[in-house]
Design a binder for this molecule. Structure first.
Ligand code: SAM
Length: 276
């Protein structure tokens, strides 16, 4: 609960700053987040340049500036007209608004978030966008406030790694998906073994990496929840040099941990299907 409150506090503060026109805080995702003048809201190696110009043109600038994801799930999820989409941890609403455009007026996109300020920001962004087939729900991804078999696609962008009960999140995603429904999520994943102490040091670097699962653990948890056709596709690979300055500032001996970290932390697109 304490961790969840910290997450809520952190993202509440981030949303308040965007609502006040101040932009994301410098420590929002990494020390280097939110470089002055960056078109994509930050020059953070995780959160920057995730969306192309066409996508940016489809949503309000404030939604793009509040983006805190680590991938672009709607670009990879092959959404179809008329489908119902659920975004777990929808933040400022960027992926919900893009999904709503993809599924069109006969479809619907739900956003789910536990942080009041994020919901306020997302609803403001929806109002600015004029997109109507959207609903933002307050709640936790561990207890999704939707009935069984309600949605065609569950998306999420850099949120499941933050949960302290990932098994429960995956079971809930499975429950609300219709038979044949797709899990199409961007998340930070660790490839192979990284010693626990080293993993913690890197997670200090990027708050949104905290709790990242190893790729084989992710696959096993999805299978245990009932999913099949599971795949983990790297979309970005992070390098020690990306984090050198902030790791050093945090008092970490970068050269000592480099061999155990280099190329191990990735953003990935994770796919799975609920059996039909
Ligand atoms: C890293 S941000 C990502 C936001 C959004 N997906 C994006 O791409 O910009 C994490 C978001 O997930 C929400 N969140 C974190 N843990 C949650 C939980 N257990 N239940 C519901 N929302 C959660 C936070 O409030 C925050 O808005």
């Amino acid at each position: 609960m304490e961790l969840k409150e910290k997450v809520r506090e952190k993202y509440g503060e981030a949303a308040r700053r965007v609502l006040d026109g101040k932009g994301l805080p410098a420590d929002c995702c990494s020390e280097t987040a939110c470089c002055e003048g960056s078109a994509a809201a930050s020059c953070d190696p995780v959160t920057s340049h995730l969306y192309d110009g066409v996508e940016a043109g489809e949503i309000p600038d404030q939604a793009l500036k509040a983006s805190l994801g680590c991938g672009n799930p709607t670009a990879l999820a092959e959404l179809k007209a008329g489908e119902t989409i659920l975004d777990l941890g929808s933040g400022g609403g960027i992926d919900v608004l893009l999904s709503a455009r993809r599924v069109g007026p006969t479809g619907k996109a739900y956003g789910l978030d536990m942080t009041d300020e994020m919901l306020m920001l997302a609803r403001e962004n929806q109002a600015k966008s004029g997109i109507r087939n959207v609903e933002f729900l307050k709640g936790e991804i561990e207890n999704i406030p939707l009935p069984d078999n309600a949605v065609d696609v569950v998306i999420s962008n850099c949120v499941i790694n933050l949960s302290t009960d990932k098994d429960r999140v995956l079971k809930e995603a499975f429950r609300v998906l219709k038979p044949g429904g797709r899990f199409a999520v961007s998340d930070v994943v660790v490839r192979g073994q990284v010693p626990a102490a080293v993993k913690r040091s890197v997670e200090l670097w990027v708050g949104c990496m905290a709790g990242a699962l190893q790729d084989s653990e992710y696959t096993a948890k999805l299978a245990a929840a009932g999913f099949e056709s599971i795949g983990i596709e790297p979309t970005r690979v992070y390098h020690v040099e990306d984090a050198r300055q902030s790791l050093a500032e945090a008092g970490i001996d970068v050269d000592a941990i480099a061999p155990q970290v280099e190329g191990k932390f990735i953003s990935a697109f994770i796919r799975a299907v609920k059996p039909a």
